[in-house]
Design a protein around this ligand. Sequence first.
Ligand SMILES: CC(C)(COP(=O)(O)OP(=O)(O)OC[C@H]1O[C@@H](n2cnc3c(N)ncnc32)[C@H](O)[C@@H]1OP(=O)(O)O)[C@@H](O)C(=O)NCCC(=O)NCCS
Length: 401
Amino acid sequence: MSLRYSQISGWGKYVPEKVLTNFDLEKMVDTNDEWITQRTGIKERHIADEAETSSSMAVAAAKKALDVAGLQATDLDLIIVSTSSPDYLVPIVSSLVQDKLGATCPAFTLVTGCTGFVYGLVTGHQFIATGAYDNVLVIGVELISKFLDWTDRDTCVLFGDGAGAVVLAASNTPTGVKSFDLGSDGAKGKHLIVPGLGTATKIDHAMIDRGEQYLRMNGREVFKFATRVMPKSTLKVLENAGMTVDDIDLLIPHQANARIIDLAIRRLGIPKEKVFVNLHKYGNTSAASIPLALIEAIEEGRLKEGDHICMVSFGAGLTWASTVVQWGQPLGQTAEVADEDLIWDINALRKRLARTSTSVRVKARTVLDETSYKAGTLMLPLYTSVGKRLPWWSRKNSRKK
Ligand SMILES: CC(C)(COP(=O)(O)OP(=O)(O)OC[C@H]1O[C@@H](n2cnc3c(N)ncnc32)[C@H](O)[C@@H]1OP(=O)(O)O)[C@@H](O)C(=O)NCCC(=O)NCCS
């Protein structure tokens, strides 16, 4: 079986009109612009109005992506919608999107939290690489504001709504997804959870009174997970592509928190100029975060033919997902030339050595950071009875009452 490349041939984004600033949030919960800016880097986020749904936002982004790709919806072979905030549990949002777009192809929804777009991109690529499909639409969309408890300052200041879509098209030139690293650590799932919506809980008034229909988060645990997994997965995905950190032209990290990004790139030794950040404008838009950043990078002219983009994400599950994508169609290169990359030569040896030294450096920095984190937590009051009582999201909620 001969494998094909999947080029990103179209892109489009949509964010709701309404902007909610940190100053607006000061009037809603006990928070302030200074705290949010220092701890997260976020200044404002877009919030959908009552009439908007995940499918309407996804369709708005998808139509732009189809325009750029020069395709009709009927040209699509597959639609993948990545989201954790669908219009309904049933019918699935991907089918609503397929219908609203006027497409006639299969469609499915992929639910891996904030890593959804990268999971979707990698999945779409498989269908193209194997020759099954030629045009795949991948959408990352999130209308998370309807799942937020707007009295919970731990979560409501962090998130925003939005959608980003790309068209993946079959290509014979070496562009698109070059490697990927996907992962899941379900044991940590409880740290980012909507406890009440699903078969684990009966939906009744008591459950709604406890606010279990909303997203609850143990920020510190997610922070620790993210700062560990981002450098680790970046190194892995680069290794899978036969590259080193120096080969990255643009890093597009999940736009959750500027401190997480700063720590990750410091450990990796990637200069800030090579990192795209737009979270100050949108907050954490979950599955829409990476496509919104990718599309803004394209719009700002940050990408040129042949550039290598590394996208790295983490999120609910807890999960992680990274991919290296080569941008455009490098002049003078053909699929045959790309095959020569596989030959083991002195260049490959050099890269392998560089990877090993980067990995040792990153491990040393991680140990240092974690030691100082542990030293810091020793100074905190001891929570001796933790674990004997209700789950943390219930305790938090009952404390408020
Ligand atoms: C949520 C997060 C920003 C909190 O930052 P932090 O530095 O860990 O802050 P802490 O939770 O230790 O809280 C520090 C203090 O600020 C307070 N605080 C929490 N939220 C606040 C807010 N919105 N405004 C003002 N103060 C706040 C806390 O109550 C605490 O007060 P105390 O010291 O009096 O107890 C951070 O943990 C984080 O980004 N985690 C990862 C979250 C994430 O990325 N989630 C999405 C995953 S896809």
